[in-house]
Design a protein around this ligand. Structure first.
Ligand code: SF4
Length: 349
């Protein structure tokens, strides 16, 4: 019998790969549909719970495959209802996922890497550096761990890939995980309810042009000129904003779909009326909306949050030019669960 970790983690397989894996035992396609449903709809923790599969087939599956889970280490809740989950991986690393209630929506923000190598200067995850990419199972298991905690009370309605890490730097696993999220026999989320947020990794964005799988795209812009963006986001030196925006101008979007631009507002760096005015021509020709996110301050971050008036003034300039600009008040600030604050703080409990 194989050692547990040598066995195939069933949640690392895309729906097509799972079908191929199950075909190895001479089983029909519908058996893989059944397995998918057990794994993601029912969230079973062992093959033995797949009660509509024969005993012999379950034994075969147990010999070759396994079902991984994440260990829930700590859950913190903010006054505004936001919950931060510290989850343990099999190799001892830890990641964070954040559950954000907002009116009728319950959004789960999931991580795609342990740490992040892009080093955006306003982000605590960036300060950690990159440790490793998450596997497909480690990405989707975040949804299962949080769902188990909710125990069916309120369903997660939206997924954002916006936690620790740059999703397009872990391209293959992220896309497979999204496939499982969107698959009707997997989690079954509508593609409109899955958002991938990227700092604008050009090779990944270009590859996305040819993907069949659809989801919403959010891009961290954070500046209206190359120099300021490079100062805030070192990745801009490699993949300048102009080239990123050129790709986005040709991005195949469904009718009425829009790209979201995230704009973290930093006092005295990118928050002036001049910055707002420069942004207008840059976004021309891209169906978009802009989320203005006043910086979440932290002692380790060398920047300040602008005043509310400054943010409103910026927003009004964009709106007068016909752009959709929304000021996002960050949730989960008191438990360091807001945008850019994730760092697995309990890495040193
Ligand atoms: S903002 Fe995103 S891409 Fe930038 S360092 Fe933080 S996690 Fe990485």
């Amino acid at each position: 019998m194989k050692d547990a970790l040598e066995k195939t983690d069933l949640k690392n397989l895309s729906p097509t790969e799972l079908e191929g894996f199950i075909a190895m035992f001479g089983k029909e396609r519908y058996r893989s549909v059944q397995a998918l449903r057990w794994l993601y709809r029912r969230g079973v923790r062992s093959v033995d719970e797949m009660s509509n599969l024969s005993k012999k087939f379950r034994e075969q599956l147990n010999q070759a495959g396994r079902i991984s889970t994440l260990q829930s280490i700590r859950i913190e809740e903010d006054r505004d209802g936001t919950k931060k989950f510290l989850l343990g991986l099999e190799d001892g690393n830890r990641i964070e996922s954040v559950l954000i209630p907002d009116k009728s929506r319950l959004t789960l923000c999931v991580s795609t890497q342990v740490g992040c190598g892009l080093g955006c200067r306003f982000c605590l995850t960036g300060k950690m550096g990159w440790k490793r990419n998450l596997s497909v199972s480690e990405i989707v298991n975040q949804i299962l761990a949080v769902r188990e905690h909710l125990s069916g009370k309120s369903p997660i309605t939206n997924i954002v890939l916006m936690g620790m890490g740059e999703p397009l730097a872990n391209y293959v696993n992220t896309l497979k995980a999204i496939e499982l999220m969107a698959h009707p026999d997997g989690f079954g989320f509508s593609s409109r309810r899955i958002t991938l947020s990227t700092a604008g990794l050009l090779p990944g964005l270009e590859k996305l042009l040819n993907e069949k799988i659809r989801f919403r795209l959010a891009v961290s812009l954070n500046a209206a000129d190359e120099e300021t963006r490079s100062r805030l986001m070192p990745v801009n030196r490699r993949y300048p904003m102009k080239r990123v925006l050129d790709v986005l101008r040709n991005f195949p979007l469904k009718r009425r779909a829009r790209i979201t631009f995230e704009y973290v507002m930093v006092e005295g760096v990118n928050d002036s009326p001049r910055d707002a005015k420069r942004l207008i021509p840059l976004l021309k020709g891209i169906p978009s909306k802009i989320n203005l996110i006043p910086l979440n301050e932290a002692p380790e971050i060398p920047f300040r949050r602008p005043s509310e008036e400054r943010v409103r003034e910026f927003q009004e300039i964009l709106m007068k030019a016909g752009l959709t600009a929304i000021v996002r008040t960050s949730k989960g600030i008191n438990i360091s669960a807001a945008c850019g604050q994730l760092q697995g703080r309990a890495l040193c409990p």
